[in-house]
Design a protein around this ligand. Sequence first.
Ligand SMILES: NC(=O)c1ccc[n+]([C@@H]2O[C@H](COP(=O)([O-])OP(=O)(O)OC[C@H]3O[C@@H](n4cnc5c(N)ncnc54)[C@H](OP(=O)(O)O)[C@@H]3O)[C@@H](O)[C@H]2O)c1
Length: 303
Amino acid sequence: MTRISTPFNAKTTAYEILTGVDLTGRRIIVTGGASGIGLETVRALRGAGAEVTVATRHPTGGRRALDLSDPGSVRAFVDDWSGPVHVIVANAGIMALPARQVAANGWELQLATNFLGHFALITGLRENLRQAGDARVVMVSSGAQLRAPFDFDDPHFERRPYDPWVAYAQSKTADVLLAVGAARRWATDGITANALEPGYIHTNLQRHLDKDTMRAAGAMDDEGNLVTPDYYKTPEQGAATSVLLAGSPLLDGVTGRFFSSENQEAEVVRGGTGASAGVATWSVDPDAADRLWAYALTATAGH
Ligand SMILES: NC(=O)c1ccc[n+]([C@@H]2O[C@H](COP(=O)([O-])OP(=O)(O)OC[C@H]3O[C@@H](n4cnc5c(N)ncnc54)[C@H](OP(=O)(O)O)[C@@H]3O)[C@@H](O)[C@H]2O)c1
């Protein structure tokens, strides 16, 4: 299968992606759209004329309430929605919580927020996506998906030792598998689903990282000031790949793919400690996608 390329690169901004693109009439939901790259995603999509609903835990100024770690909140959001939805950008996320935390229902919090909440939201709005005729699901994953497969035996770290990065990584692998699963199931309704890694961007996401980790990444100096290495992006650049998948005509009909922060379809590589770029085989494995879909359906049905 030929990899899809675009005329864009790692420095392209979300606004540049949508130059000359008219999204008038498109109804778009962006989770976590009140901060970080989600906020820039919302701005760029609105700038192109889309009607964007910002889903956030702190609804003010017309934003809608949504706590992805609370199945009741997801259900209320779904029940409240009427009419078609053309695009869901599953952007909200939390990263590397130092100690294992669980949602009220016992789910490990990164899996609950980054994956299971989004699964309930997207499957809950499936009929609304179908009504759009040409809907897109956009999963904001991460390069972290290269670090760990989804652990079907113990997804909530009830028996294995908790590791902040493994928990984040498996939730981001699950996000890619969700796109693969939706692509396999929903094509006949015109629904496409793709995933992406945005690159490295200074946002609130890093709030759980200690200074040593930030320094080791070259993102903080010895005095504790944030440093922006060359390979980092601005939030406007960080939102570019989300916006490419959500609104660019270049992606019409494209489904089940993973795009890198260079705004190109990524190479499929063997995941693990040696991998630094691409999408892991375990993140796009169709059998794992089907197994995860079945797991998530069962998990979310009872809540
Ligand atoms: N920044 C990077 O370098 C980077 C790299 C790879 C991937 N990503 C991915 O990019 C996405 C956006 O992250 P960001 O960097 O823009 O970080 P951010 O500024 O912290 O944004 C994350 C958003 O998620 C929301 N959120 C967290 N928990 C939620 C919950 N339970 N229910 C609903 N919303 C919730 C946050 O809302 P609150 O304001 O309520 O906390 C926030 O708006 C994430 O999925 C992240 O994994 C980012």
